[in-house]
Design a protein around this ligand. Sequence first.
Ligand code: UTP
Length: 298
Amino acid sequence: MKIKKISKAVFPVAGLGTRFLPATKSIPKEIMTLVDRPLIQYAIDEARAAGIKEFIFVTSRGKSALEDYFDSAPELEASLKRAGKDALLDALRETNMDSGAIAYLRQNRPLGLGHAVWCARRLIGNEPFAVLLPDDVIAAETPCLQQMVEAYAQTGGNMVAAMEVSPDKTPLYGVLDVAEDMGAIVRAKGMVEKPKADDAPSNLAVIGRYILTPKVLNNLNRMKQGAGGEIQLTDAIAEEAQGDSNVYGYRFRGQRYDCGSKAGFLQATVAFGLARPDLRDEFGAYLNDMIALQKAAQ
Ligand code: UTP
């Protein structure tokens, strides 16, 4: 089987981010900071590690801070250089993207994730591509998309990142209907968007990393509205799972944080703060004190 390399990734960032209002009234959710880097930087770094060369952002009104973030900042760089602040200069340069590597296009109305991905169809063309949702931040030794690219080399087709969730959580996710469980990789015979616990076909939930074939874009052409009246990416992928299924779930190794929710963002802040050698001691000691105080107050 000849498997095409994945070199393009789509970052759908056109959502309204209502769960973070009022902050998201003027700040795009993807620019919100986890320790000292915006969410989008984690997604870009993960994509780069997986060999992505072209980065396609689907944006909307009010997201210009996101575009500015990836621009070079010559004055700031010159000032850090003059001051001999090399570590900061390196950190700043990590945010620069090669000319022409990054493209922005607009989703005029927030009609759903499926619609956002469809908006990128001309830039994607007729090749497989990755989709990364920056509000899913994944801490992993081998970055999640890289794990998926390696697994995809065995399967081809469409691949979605999957994780086990408890039954009460299935209404929050797309859930896989499993045809064949091969360990890390499962073949799916269907996918259901946000099923109630009793209707969920499994406990394998889909999270925000995908490798997709252009066929999925064709399916999106029909623009069928799904759960919540939105054009769902899940439905377009599920069509590929019918019959001779071409859809695989991948149980990634790592810890996923839902930074699109307040509790998830706070959990990620603690986890990433404690993982940082320069913050671990001070932050860890503070957390211990907080826990002791809470216990004493009970
Ligand atoms: P969410 O479901 O988290 O929606 O979208 P949201 O608008 O970002 O946030 P809330 O729920 O109002 O707080 C998942 C991903 O899909 C993108 C979002 O930007 C996010 O990356 N998305 C969603 C779009 O690009 N366009 C849409 O129409 C909907």
